[in-house]
Design a protein around this ligand. Structure first.
Ligand code: MN
Length: 248
C-alpha cells in the first residue's frame, strides 16, 4: 500500500509522526504537510502566491501552504508514486459536529476524495493532558487496511475521532453521524495596551448536543467514532420544498 500522510498541525506535530511511523508497518509512507500549524484553515487553497516545498527527509516534504495545498502538491508534483490512500492527522483535538466544516485535517481528506483517492481523517479527542497518540495510530493502521480492502462509496471519506484513552480502554468503533456543537461564549472581547478593542474567537469548552448515534455521543462513551462524510452538501430533502417557491 502506498500512503500519503498529511495534517493541519504541521510537520513537527507528534500526532503526524505517530501516524506516519505506525503506517510504515503496512506500506510505503510519504509525508507532505504544512511547515507550521494551519488548524481551522478549512479547505483553503493557496492561489495568490507561489508555494515552496522543502525536503526534510526521505519521502517527506514541508510546504508553506495549507493541508489542501499539500495534498495537491503531493499527488501532482512531489511524490514518485500515486498514493492508494491519503490519511490526515492525527489531529491534536477532536473534529466532530460543526467543527468538521472548519477543519484543515478533514479538508485534506476531502481534497483527496475530490481526486478520486480513498481517504480518511483521524483526530485524537484530547484536551492535551494524556495524548494517547499511540492508541490512535494503532487504530489508523486497522482503518487504512479496511479502507484499502473494502474501498469507499463514491465521493465519500471517513472522519475518525478517537477518545484520548489507553488502547485497552478504547471501546469498539461505532459508525456515527455528524453531531451538533453548542456555541457558547465563543468570542473574547478585550481592550489592548493602546486602548483599542480586540476580539479573539475560540473557547476551551467542548460543548455538544448529546445526539444519539452522533460522533460526540460515541466518543463521550469511550467509543471510536467513524463518520462517513460526503462531498455533496445538497440537502436533498429540502429540494421539493424550495421548488414550490414562486419567484414570478
Ligand atoms: Mn489541527
Amino acid at each position: 500500500m502506498k500512503i500519503l500522510v498529511t495534517n493541519d498541525d504541521g510537520i513537527h506535530a507528534p500526532g503526524l509522526i505517530a501516524l506516519a511511523d505506525s503506517l510504515k508497518n503496512i506500506g510505503t509512507v510519504a509525508v507532505v504537510a504544512p511547515d507550521r500549524e494551519r488548524s481551522a484553515i478549512g479547505h483553503a487553497l493557496t492561489l495568490h502566491h507561489p508555494l515552496r516545498a522543502v525536503k526534510v527527509g526521505q519521502n517527506m516534504f514541508a510546504v508553506d501552504g495549507t493541508p489542501t495545498d499539500c495534498v495537491n502538491l503531493g499527488i501532482h508534483s512531489l511524490l514518485e508514486f500515486k498514493p492508494d490512500i491519503v490519511v490526515s492527522g492525527i489531529n491534536n483535538g477532536g473534529n466532530m459536529g460543526d467543527d468538521v466544516t472548519y477543519s484543515g485535517t478533514v479538508s485534506a481528506a476531502m481534497e483527496a476524495t475530490l481526486m478520486g483517492i480513498p481517504a480518511f481523517s483521524i483526530s485524537l479527542v484530547t484536551s492535551g493532558e494524556k495524548n494517547n497518540y499511540a492508541a490512535a495510530a494503532d487504530f489508523a493502521v486497522k482503518l487504512a487496511e479496511m479502507v484499502h480492502k473494502k474501498g469507499l462509496p463514491t465521493d465519500t471519506f471517513l472522519n475518525a475521532n478517537i477518545p484520548d484513552l489507553p488502547i485497552d480502554k478504547l471501546l469498539k468503533p461505532l459508525i456515527t453521524s455528524q453531531g451538533k456543537r453548542r456555541y457558547e461564549g465563543m468570542i473574547i472581547d478585550k481592550v489592548d495596551s493602546r486602548g483599542r478593542n480586540y476580539y479573539w474567537i475560540g473557547t476551551v469548552d467542548l460543548n455538544f448536543h448529546d445526539i444519539e448515534g452522533s460522533d460526540y455521543s460515541a466518543v463521550s462513551q469511550g467509543h471510536i467514532s467513524i463518520t462517513p462524510l460526503h462531498i455533496d452538501l445538497t440537502n436533498y430533502n429540502s429540494i421539493s420544498i424550495l421548488k414550490k417557491w414562486d419567484f414570478s
